[in-house]
Design a protein around this ligand. Structure first.
Ligand code: B16
Ligand code: MG
Length: 216
């Protein structure tokens, strides 16, 4: 029995564009510039750590209370984008792969840093595929720590070495490797060079490749 673990943002859906808009408005409001390149560095990073990074880049210090207010503000803005998400925002061939894994009776889990993961999966109508959902509400150590993926393996009742992780962030690939799982990067092979395999997106991944993962 294998377990297939999917990251959310950048693997199943492209919510990075919504995080970008919400962080940019927040940063600009407090006088900090925020670029797309900086947004790239926030992929897979938790909400708290993301705000800490933005304040560091802007060399700004704020009180704990103000920090909490900004976190809530950012999330409310982000949620206003999520509210409008539909099935057509699922990235190409993700549903095809999920359907195939399901037809082959494989266990499927989500392993995401997002605290909004359940809501997003519901919006895009993919919740039905998942045997386990581990998100930012259940982990204490962020990627590259393997906690999120080890927790997912445990919930699926599959040994870590029989798990396969799909990830778009370097920290996520490092977390999968640290968990002793097969790591599959989704994105740029130069950036994700620590992964066992890299594909630009799921349209490049054949079902023959998936079969080899199921029966090595
Ligand atoms: P939230 P992933 C991550 O999702 C995003 O890549 C990252 O940009 C975001 O800050 C983080 O979730 C937390 O999201 O504010 O919704 O809790 O890639 O781990 O699925
Ligand atoms: Mg991601």
């Amino acid at each position: 029995m294998n377990g297939f673990i999917f990251d959310l943002d950048g693997v199943i859906v492209d919510t990075a564009k919504y995080h970008y808009q919400a962080w940019k408005q927040l940063a600009n409001n407090i006088g900090i510039e925020f670029s797309l390149e900086q947004n790239e560095q926030l992929k897979g990073v938790s909400r708290v750590e993301s705000l800490k990074k933005i304040l560091h880049w802007g060399q700004k210090t704020i009180s704990d209370d103000e920090f909490m207010v900004l976190m809530t503000e950012k999330n409310n803005h982000y949620l206003s984008f999520i509210e409008t998400m539909k099935e057509d925002e699922v990235l190409p061939d993700v549903s095809k792969i999920l359907n195939y894994l399901s037809s082959r009776h494989q266990k499927i889990a989500l392993g995401s840093a997002s605290k909004n993961a359940v809501g997003i999966l519901n919006k895009v109508n993919l919740t039905k595929f998942f045997d386990a959902i581990v998100d930012g509400n259940q982990v204490t150590h962020a990627k590259p720590d393997p906690e999120v993926f080890l927790n997912a393996a445990k919930q699926m009742n599959v040994k870590p070495e029989d798990c396969i992780v799909f990830e778009d962030a370097v920290a996520g690939i490092q977390a999968a490797n640290a968990a002793n799982m097969i790591s599959i990067g989704i994105g740029d092979a130069n950036v994700l060079h620590e992964a066992d395999y890299v594909f630009k997106d799921f349209t490049e991944m054949s079902l023959t490749f998936i079969d080899k993962l199921i029966n090595p």
